[in-house]
Ligand binder design. Structure first.
Ligand code: CA
Length: 510
């Protein structure tokens, strides 16, 4: 008995030692990209995309195979990251009408109170007055790929000549250089890439020109039984613009007038012209229409997007190398994620917003030597709302009582440990791209969605039988029990999370 007790004690001590061996707090680096699809990451199985530096995080850390967002759009996702709360609690429901209240209890403020040095550099997309950071240099609004404008900690504005992914990374490593490293730090790097209009660094032009890019299975989806999917305006064939999106203006003068090009230096513009002019000439000669044109657009979209991701991936490598060269790797958690997923032609779409997998899911990888086992994949469901409580727990800092996320620190320590049974989602914006507001719940296998405002109706999917979500089984006799169970789960989640908008809608349905 005593022997067993002693053995247990020794085991416990050794586990505690291996995970909390270092007395100093862990540093935190979050790299959050914009609209970067997991379908275009090597570590997530892409055979086309080359993302060696994101893949390095997979080799040295863990890939979250089931990471999701609470509201699949830019600003709301970052508001959720900072607050650990859903949009209805942090107040930032959509990009078009919401203002973010930075005076809220943000996880970075708690870290700062506990002695962390904090910074947000790059895209934040939550207005121009961030709080909770010792240093901030954020892109104004959506930010620009070329010669972007920043607003700094002291409110001063500056335009920096060059390409955005390089500049943001340069600013991030420069800030790290200023730290004396006796205090832990939390650095958030917000990339503009790979947001519309997918403008690559000219040095990456041509990297995917000869790639074999096949159409997604659902490219010609006809949206049977899915009214909101039918009514959206984010179709590559119908809504993607030849000029604004694909740079196919009828002449260089028109191209130069586009705001993204008007701000370029002569040299930058000439590099773009040199690449796109022959493409435009060839397109004119081909005289494409209908399906051939839609497929041409899809291919050009993919190439621009993948080329844009090249610079971001390279710059992620720069940050990882910086950590190596400054002996910071072993004591720093690095999390890479996007603000949501993105459609790469699935259902015929670009953009995001829907609770369907491609935009509901987000890529997420994490590395922390000694805690996260290298080269692992986890199938535990996690959400972006869970990141704040996880990092506070990792830093041994108390979380706000009203924080809604669930810490996935157990999953970081053991990739088989699960912290969630279900995931609630709520998308509010009712404007650009005409996606109907909706909320819903997923248990990983089944997904129940309620659309409202623009489209009224239910959708239920069995992801095991129908991973592409083409077959809405709501109301089908075979799924009656599952439907009832999912509806109960939904009502319970709405109640638990105190989502009054959703509660009112559900009340009126019954
Ligand atoms: Ca986004």
């Amino acid at each position: 008995m005593n022997y067993l007790k002693n053995l247990t004690l020794i085991l416990l001590l050794s586990i505690t030692h291996s995970t909390y061996g270092q007395t100093s707090k862990k540093n935190i680096v979050i790299i959050i990209s914009d609209d970067h699809a997991y379908q275009t990451i090597g570590a997530y199985g892409s055979h086309i995309a080359k993302t060696p530096n994101i893949d390095r995080l997979a080799k040295e850390g863990t890939v979250f195979n089931k990471a999701y967002v609470t509201n699949s759009i830019c600003g709301p996702s970052r508001a959720t990251l900072l607050t650990g709360k859903y949009s209805h609690k942090n107040g930032f429901k959509d990009n078009e009408t919401s203002n973010f209240d930075h005076s809220q209890d943000l996880f970075v403020k708690r870290l700062r109170n506990a002695g962390y040095k904090t910074a947000w550099i790059g895209k934040q997309h939550l207005g121009n007055n961030p709080q909770g950071f010792d240093y901030s240099s954020i892109l104004i609004g959506q930010g620009h790929y070329f010669n972007p404008d920043f607003i700094n900690t002291d409110g001063t504005r500056e335009r920096v000549e060059g390409y955005v992914s390089d500049i943001v990374t340069q600013k991030a490593t420069s800030w790290l250089d200023t730290l004396d490293k006796t205090a832990p730090f939390c650095l958030i790097i917000g990339h503009k890439a790979t947001h519309r209009t997918w403008m690559p660094d000219p040095k990456d032009f041509g990297k995917y020109d000869d790639a074999i890019i096949s159409l997604p299975e659902t490219f010609y989806d006809t949206y049977e039984g899915r009214q909101a999917a039918k009514e959206q305006e984010m179709s590559i064939a119908k809504d993607m613009q030849m000029g604004y999106d694909l740079k196919m203006y009828k002449n260089p003068i028109e191209l130069r007038k586009d705001g993204n090009f008007a701000r370029m230096t002569e040299q930058q513009f000439n590099k773009y012209l040199a690449y796109y002019k022959p493409i435009h000439e060839k397109l004119e000669m081909a005289n494409l229409s209908d399906k051939a044109l839609a497929e041409w657009k899809y291919r050009r979209y993919m190439i621009d997007y993948l080329n844009t991701a090249e610079s971001m991936d390279r710059n992620i490598g720069t940050v990882l190398n910086y950590l190596d060269e400054n002996d910071l790797t072993d004591n720093t958690i690095v999390i890479y994620l996007s603000d949501q997923g993105f459609y790469m032609g699935e259902h015929g779409w670009f953009d995001k917003r829907f609770m369907y997998e491609e935009s509901f899911r987000t890529p997420m990888l994490a590395r922390l030597p000694g805690v996260i086992k290298p080269n692992t994949i986890t199938n535990a469901m996690v959400m972006n709302v869970d990141i704040a409580p996880t990092l506070l727990e990792l830093a041994n800092v108390e979380k706000p009582k009203d924080m809604q996320g669930v810490s996935f620190l157990p999953t970081l320590k053991n990739n088989n440990k699960k912290t969630r049974k279900g995931m609630f989602y709520h998308y509010y914006e009712n404007g650009e791209h005409a996606v109907s507001p909706h909320f819903g719940v997923s248990d990983g296998r089944y997904k129940l969605i309620r659309f409202y405002k623009r489209v009224e109706g239910w959708e239920l999917f069995d992801l095991e039988a129908d991973p592409n979500e083409l077959n809405n089984v709501y109301g089908k006799a075979k799924y009656r029990n599952i439907q009832n169970r999912m509806e109960k789960i939904l009502r319970k989640e709405v109640q638990n999370l105190q989502d009054e908008d959703a509660a009112n809608i559900l009340q009126n349905i019954r």
